[in-house]
Design a protein around this ligand. Sequence first.
Ligand SMILES: [Zn+2]
Length: 239
Amino acid sequence: MTIPSDPAQEEKPAYEQPPEAVQEAPRAEVPGPQGKPRYYYPNKIGRAYLLALEEVMGRRGLTAVLNLAGLHHWIEAYPPNNLDREVLFDDFAALNQALDDMYGPRGGRGLAIRAARAAFSIAYEDFSAVAGVAGAAFKLLPLNIRLKIGLPGMARVFTQFSDQISWVKEEEDRFVYGIDRCPVCWGRKADRPICHAAVGLLREGIVWATGREYRVEEFECVAMGHPSCKFAIYKEPLG
Ligand SMILES: [Zn+2]
């Protein structure tokens, strides 16, 4: 027996409806292998991550990683400094996979976190107004309020300017930052959380919003079979 479809259920949830800013950026609608959808980061974020990796491991180190990942197009030229969505999630995931393959899980994790933090600093200025954390008045707010505003602000930036869907939920002693479509572990499989670049971005974003370091831990990961990548941010600052 077929159940008649409920039109209300066919409506997409709010987070799947593209915000206005999204429509300004050109999008390639070419499906991937087996007709799977393709998703993109804006060039600016991919470029910032590559520049930061180059800073952390040197040009030769990065070239070796890009070779291993099969990302030859980035050896010659990094993505341009604009918001066009042209950095494939598949490529971003391959880059992060190659870091782990080349330097081992621990070494790859350290490099990805350092580079993501540096990348955040490179790209931050362009997004701070959207995130709602720009201006002197924000800095006068109490720490917990800055965290409460800053985390959803970051989620909004990624949801608006990329195909990554991010959200934030507040719990008693922590915030949970969720990523439903994650470019770091896109198409990857693992027995532990592997989205280290996302941890680095979050850690640095929180420093820019609050001026303090907070503990950030990924506790669920799409690569492990979970529906979302989930990160815990504990409310008590470190140190
Ligand atoms: Zn992930």
